[in-house]
Design a protein around this ligand. Sequence first.
Ligand SMILES: [Zn+2]
Length: 348
Amino acid sequence: MREAYSLAVDARDQRFDGVFFVGITTTHIYCRPCCPSRLAHDQHRRFFDSAAAAEQAGFRPCLRCRPELAPGRTAFAALSRLAQVASERIASGALNGHTVADLAAELGVSERHLRRALEREVSVSPLELAQTHRLLLAKRLIVDTDLPMTRVAYASGFQSLRRFNAVFRAQYRMPPSALRRGRRARAAESLRLTLSYRRPALIPGLPLEGKVAIDGHSGVVSVRNSAAAAHLVVDIAESLLPVLMPLIAGLRRVFDLDAEPAVIDGHLSANGLGDLVERWPGVRVVGSLERLEGAQPDDFQSTDKALLARAEQWRPWRAYAAQLLELRRRDPAPDMPPPPPRTGVPAR
Ligand SMILES: [Zn+2]
């Protein structure tokens, strides 16, 4: 694995963006594999499966490649269903103002079981994972918006400005305001963020504008694609600021932004669908803005019960499931690859 990751860093391979992070032991900075900075010598590299693991090991996010912008990882066979669901819930802000015990109860497991599953599979505790999500969201809001620091703190899930300042300084060894020095002011009224994805990506149905409602907060969100930059540009009504974390997680899910197209397309090709992959590399199946709240699965349009059951097993790789299952139905030739292992976590 180390060798593959090293080669990916040497090649600045975009396919691995967000799949792992590389920490530079001489500077204690961690980067995306595609970072444009000068390459560190191989012996000074440390590889991490997640930003949270890198931060936990004392590394700070690179200011140039900005690890907070990397696409997420839809854990494939590697994570148990519990670790996967818990990670997704934490990314949606489940631990902002709530305890690990609350989340465990919601998932129907003991707190100890939940903590152990995450520590074993993601190498960080639930609280550490939540803290990294908060810090990285705060970091991007500081750099990409003109929101006052108090609003940055609350929008990223901190319960007070004082706590935000303390955690930020402790982890990044600088005050939050240091990230704004020398930066041009932006249009104050709009909250514009980018959500990156891995290439290749065919994302139908954009641009799109719609009203979304999460936890009693509602407002208009407009989404367009910037294919050249491999990200969506999202304009968010300020009324949605209190639910920014679940909103971002929901948008990533609805637009299938964490998909790993190289892996998906490889599987599809290996199953005799190479022609289709060639025609539509990285095709995503977009969900609906109305189903943004929580982690509800999007509808998979089918009346075939067996097909629905299989689509469910393939979540969150919705694009994969939809393509494979729909195509298989038309042409039920070779066997499907086995679905990822499941644990006893109740369906969302
Ligand atoms: Zn970097």
